[in-house]
Write a protein that binds this ligand. Structure first.
Ligand code: 4AD
Ligand code: MG
Length: 477
């Protein structure tokens, strides 16, 4: 008899017959009903034990958290709550669990407590549902690009360049921290380091992806990115996963179309393929919101919110229009914002982004044509000489979901920009080469996987949508 997964046993077209299954005990009620879960679905299979047929010592070992192997007949369930159950014929404890010390008790735990037990937290319904969605969305990302003619490129993790020019990088070195080789002026001599130069963990694969777009046409990278920004927020991680498509001969309008189509497609995939997990998370969120005053509750349920994004056009708004709206809005006039918007040129904070999507437009918004001064060096300068062809995709409840741009394809303009920002040409000679040999309009964007998962699951802290979060002062596990 082959072992079946719980998902297979609970599927509609299962045959009632003798089956065998392995999993972890969620609960054992009345010495008779075992709720067993193996991670294949949010649902448990009920295993019914006739205690007279089993040794008492064996039954004592069936505790929450133990791993067991069950064989029995799959029958239609007598009780409510499940369609089928297993009448247990044979039972084996594969791994005992100490009920006194096992952290994941069958009760509600706080997210803080579960973060400290991140190695066991996927044994709860909430975290297993979130991580199945994470897997599903990752697959949907690859599926989308694969079906649309993109090539998957593995850009390097260790780099010598700072793609975003923000200087928030983690150094990679093989030098002895206590006794590094020094130059005459006292600075560290990185020529003697492993790579013969200063290297860091990548903040983005974009620059290398551009080189591949300028030969393979349509490409994407999807991997970890690292940022040493010391921002302890619910939306930032020091290690996160980013997907970055890059397309030759595509302008900013094409980039917006791509971003919108892509996001709708991956969210539809989750709606179709993770129905039970989403229904569970939706109910969890409703229960959470019941504790809030009416005014703070959302008017849409989780699944309604996802469907709303899938079914409606994203609103496209220029930075200049957005500034006008923000300057004249109530929270700005009444000084309710932490950062008051006074002039054109101001950088937008998450409070402003969320006002635009949640209060003003009430739908996802793509902001474009930002001031050059607040955006990265590689963005295409507009004819007005002061804005660049940048875009940020803003989502309700999240703020910035993705950011991208049309890239500066003119060699002279790019060199000028780098000079103004003190970016040495020697460092990016290969990037400049793209503008020397067959340069062309091209564009791309980057989407943070964890922000997408937050939106799709309704989980409000980014630490709870990645298996092992890396944040300031925390790299446990
Ligand atoms: O806006 P960012 O910094 O853009 C880039 O890195 C470009 N090189 C992308 C491109 O054009 N190819 O980052 C892109 C996205 C953000 O919109 C956000 O969703 C996510 O990456 N992100 C983070 N997610 C979690 N923690 C952080 N510290 C993040 N920083 C950015
Ligand atoms: Mg950004």
């Amino acid at each position: 008899m082959t072992t079946k997964s719980v998902a297979e046993l609970l599927s509609k077209d299962v045959t009632l017959q003798d089956v065998t299954v392995k999993g972890w005990v969620r609960t054992f009620r009345a010495n008779r009903f075992i709720a067993l879960n193996d991670g294949s679905t949010i649902n448990n299979i009920q295993c019914v034990v006739d205690f007279e047929n089993f040794d008492e010592a064996l039954l004592k070992r069936i505790t929450t958290g133990s791993a067991i192997h069950v064989t029995g007949e799959l029958v239609e369930s007598q009780g409510k709550g499940q369609s089928v159950e297993i009448q247990v014929k044979a039972l084996d404890v594969l791994g005992d669990s100490d009920p006194e010390t096992y952290p994941i008790q069958p009760k509600k735990h706080t997210f803080e407590f579960l973060r400290e037990n991140a190695h066991l937290r996927t044994r709860t319904n909430t975290f297993s549902a979130v991580m199945r969605l994470r897997s599903s969305l990752s697959f949907a990302i690859h599926k989308y690009f694969n079906e649309n003619g993109f090539y998957y490129i593995h850009t390097p993790i260790v780099t010598g360049s700072d793609a975003e020019g923000a200087g928030e990088m983690f150094r990679v070195t093989g030098l002895d921290a206590k006794n590094p080789p020094l130059n005459d002026d006292g600075s560290v001599d990185y020529k003697q380091d492993f790579f013969g130069k200063e290297t860091n963990l990548t903040v983005s694969g974009q620059l290398e992806a551009e080189t591949y777009a300028m030969s393979l046409g349509k490409v994407y990278t999807f991997g970890p990115a690292f940022r040493a920004e010391n921002s302890n927020t619910t939306r930032h991680l020091a290690e996160f996963w980013m997907v970055e498509p890059e397309v030759a001969f595509m302008d900013l309008a094409g980039n917006m179309d791509l971003a919108e189509d892509f996001m709708k497609s991956v969210l539809s995939y989750a709606l179709e393929n993770n129905k039970e997990d989403l229904e569970f998370l939706e109910k969890r969120l409703l229960d959470e919101e019941k504790k809030l005053p009416q005014a703070q509750r959302s008017d849409m349920s989780l699944i309604e919110k996802i469907k709303f994004v899938v079914d409606n056009n994203f609103k496209r708004v220029s930075y200049t229009e957005a500034i006008d709206i923000l300057r004249n809005c109530k929270p700005n006039k009444k000084k309710k914002f932490k950062y008051i918007i006074e002039e054109w040129g101001a950088d937008l904070q998450s409070e402003h982004e969320r006002f635009l999507v949640e209060k003003h437009f009430k739908c996802p918004v793509i902001l474009f044509d930002y001031p050059a001064s607040i955006k990265a060096f590689y963005m295409r300068l507009n004819e007005d000489g002061k804005t660049v062809r940048a875009m940020d995709v803003l989502f309700p409840g999240i703020g910035e979901m993705a950011g991208g741009s049309q890239r500066e394809e003119r060699l002279d303009v790019l060199k000028e920009k780098m000079k103004a920002l003190d970016i040495p040409e020697e460092e990016l000679w290969w990037y400049l080469d793209l503008r020397k040999y067959g340069t062309a309009v091209h564009s791309g964007f980057g989407l943070g996987l964890e922000r997408l998962i937050m939106f799709a699951t309704g989980i409000s802290n980014i630490r709870d949508v990645i298996p092992y979060p890396r944040t300031p002062q925390n790299a446990e596990f």
